[in-house]
Write a protein that binds this ligand. Structure first.
Ligand code: FES
Ligand code: MG
Length: 576
């Protein structure tokens, strides 16, 4: 392997020349207290840190970044921490998905504009993983992903609590009058008891596992709990490794091939992944120049069963248990025959070399393919006259009786009216109804919020109903569960067929046949389409306006059209 020489470093363009510009850069570095020997001939390693005081999942990043710097310095690099948009799933409204592409742009431009040779990406909370990776993929410099790590298991009265999932579950019990206010407060205090990301198999754990299985993280990195000392050592290891990656010129383009995305899809299916994985993986693959689409998920879903017994697909365990059971390398070892083992990773070795000898220590947590928790992959893609460009369901997390279902539609045009109606105990609804929420897609939401797990009407909750069919163009949290059909494309806000459904229309879904249909004639559909009136736009200025002009539909990954790799000529390196 040929190694870069110090004069070939990108940062040398800023620091090395004997001219007035470089004088400015050097004198300003000295203003910061650095002596020339601290940067001369050394790779400058950016650390994109998504820490903020509004980001509980990344609370430890404020100091964990020092461990990354320690690794960089040890390996002879020069660290440069650059704060990036922190996208807190908990606090940011209307939805972090509105801003994933903003983080991607932030990351790409921070890297390109600064004297950067390589980068450690620090993220974990849902959209931060795809946001950072999309940006780093487009920037193209050597990059390694450091996942925040899941938080510790929740605890209440000696019972284990899982992020999101148990919030929804106990909220239904509270609505049914089975939990007191005092107990509810105890749940609030016990469900998130350390820093780190949601510890169910939500979007965070899904996306960090994807980052690792694509080859962008160190082996095992995504499973280490945030509060484990192993996480500190892994942070330092990321710092040491990225310096070497710069000398090796190991760029994302050499790692993110079609095969590595196929691996990520396979792993996601076996993990019982969040439905959000589909949108982010399509976007990331396309940034890497790989044409991945819904069909690739469908193929994987038919061949790989869910073997990670982690909630919400599993019924007992959480990410902490998954780590003790052998973590992602253990899981990948169990589905080896479905993976491309010859792909390159950030270690400079192949995936096969990375997971050689990986063991599973608890076969109830990480099952075998012959003893799965769900016989097919976690997600299924459905198509039909209601969703010509596809929609998604997570059959592993829903009541099996709904995998084939016909029922009358009960339609809501917006979230507030739906919320009000479901709490009205006189609502005319049965457990066989199909609840529909529209205007919740990328344009309509706006930003495609996680509204897809519509609450079960209160009247039915009291009767003991805990699942029913729900359809929307929204997303749902990876920690959610139930017979929720999501990401309907094209979305209703731009006139997709979901916009044309009327109360009482019969809807039929058949997950095994992968179909979803509105049982009306084509002629009736056309008649309704002709009478359809587009809703008012959500934004007339600002970022939201730009978003609404350029956002693509869910089946295309919700990237901005102008950020696509095939949009126009490649961006040039900045003049210095
Ligand atoms: Fe940050 Fe769930 S809220 S990962
Ligand atoms: Mg989430």
């Amino acid at each position: 392997m040929t190694r870069k020489t110090p004069d070939q470093l990108r940062s040398a363009r800023w620091f090395a020349p004997d001219d007035l510009r470089a004088f400015g850069h050097r004198s300003r570095a000295m203003q910061q207290g650095y002596a020339p020997e601290e940067w001369k001939g050394r790779p400058v390693i950016a650390i994109l840190n998504t820490w903020s005081e509004a980001q509980p999942c990344h609370m430890h990043f404020k100091t964990r970044v020092d461990d990354v710097k320690r690794g960089i310095l040890m390996a002879g690099g020069f660290p440069m921490e650059l704060p990036a948009l922190s996208l807190s799933e908990s606090f940011l409204k209307p939805t972090t998905m509105l801003y994933r592409n903003m983080l991607a742009m932030d990351a790409e431009e921070l890297l390109r504009g600064h004297p950067v040779d390589g980068v450690v990406l620090m993220g974990g909370c849902d959209k931060t993983t795809p946001g950072l990776l999309l940006g780093a993929t487009s920037a193209g410099y050597p990059a390694i992903y450091l996942p925040a790590g899941p938080m510790l298991r929740g605890n209440w009265k000696g019972k284990t609590l899982g992020s999101g999932s148990d919030g929804w579950k106990y909220w239904d019990e509270r609505r049914a009058g089975n939990i007191s206010e005092k107990e509810w407060l105890e749940v609030e205090g016990g469900i998130a008891r350390s820093y780190g990301t949601c510890m169910t198999m939500g979007t965070a754990s899904t996306m960090t596992a994807i980052a690792e299985s694509i080859g962008m993280s160190l082996p095992g990195a995504s499973s280490i709990p945030a509060a484990d000392a192993g996480h500190i050592r892994m942070a330092s290891a990321c710092g040491r490794r990225i310096v070497e990656m710069v000398w090796e010129d190991l760029t994302p383009a050499k790692i993110q091939t079609r095969k590595s995305f196929e691996n990520a899809i396979t792993v996601a299916m076996a993990m019982g992944c969040s439905t959000n994985a589909i949108i982010h993986l399509i976007a990331q693959a396309r940034r890497a120049g790989q044409d991945i689409g819904l069909n690739d998920f469908e193929i994987a879903s038919r061949k790989v069963p869910v073997i990670a017994n982690v909630r919400p697909s599993g019924d007992t365990y959480l990410m902490e248990d998954f780590y003790y059971a052998g973590g992602l390398p253990g899981l990948m070892g169990r589905i080896k025959e479905h993976l491309h083992l010859d792909v390159m990773t950030v270690t400079g070795k192949t995936l096969g070399e990375n997971i050689a000898g990986a063991e599973v220590y608890n076969s109830d947590v990480i099952r075998t393919v012959d003893d799965p928790i769900y016989a097919e992959g976690a997600l299924a893609v459905l198509k039909g006259n209601l969703a010509p460009d596809g929609c998604v369901i997570k059959p592993s997390a829903c009541d099996p009786r709904f995998l084939k279902h016909t029922g009358p539609a009960l339609v809501f045009d917006d979230y507030p009216s739906m919320k009000k109606a479901v709490d009205d105990e006189s609502l005319d609804v049965t457990a066989d109804h199909v609840l529909i929420l529209r205007n919740a897609g990328p344009q309509g939401g706006p930003g495609m919020p996680e509204w897809g797990m519509l609450p079960i009407p209160k009247k039915l909750v009291k009767q003991g109903v805990r699942d029913m069919v729900r359809i929307s163009d929204a997303r749902m949290s990876g920690t959610s569960y139930g017979a929720c059909i999501l990401h309907v494309a094209p979305e209703s806000f731009i006139g997709g067929p979901l916009a044309l459904v009327q109360n009482g229309d019969m809807i039929t879904l058949d997950v095994d046949a992968r179909t979803i249909n509105l049982d009306i004639s084509d002629a009736e559909m056309e008649k309704r389409r002709a009478a359809w009136v587009a809703p008012e736009r959500n934004y007339e200025r600002g970022y939201g306006w730009m978003f609404s002009k350029h956002i693509q539909q869910a089946n295309e990954g919700c990237d901005f059209d102008f950020l696509r790799t095939d949009f126009g000529a490649p961006v040039k390196e900045p003049a210095i």
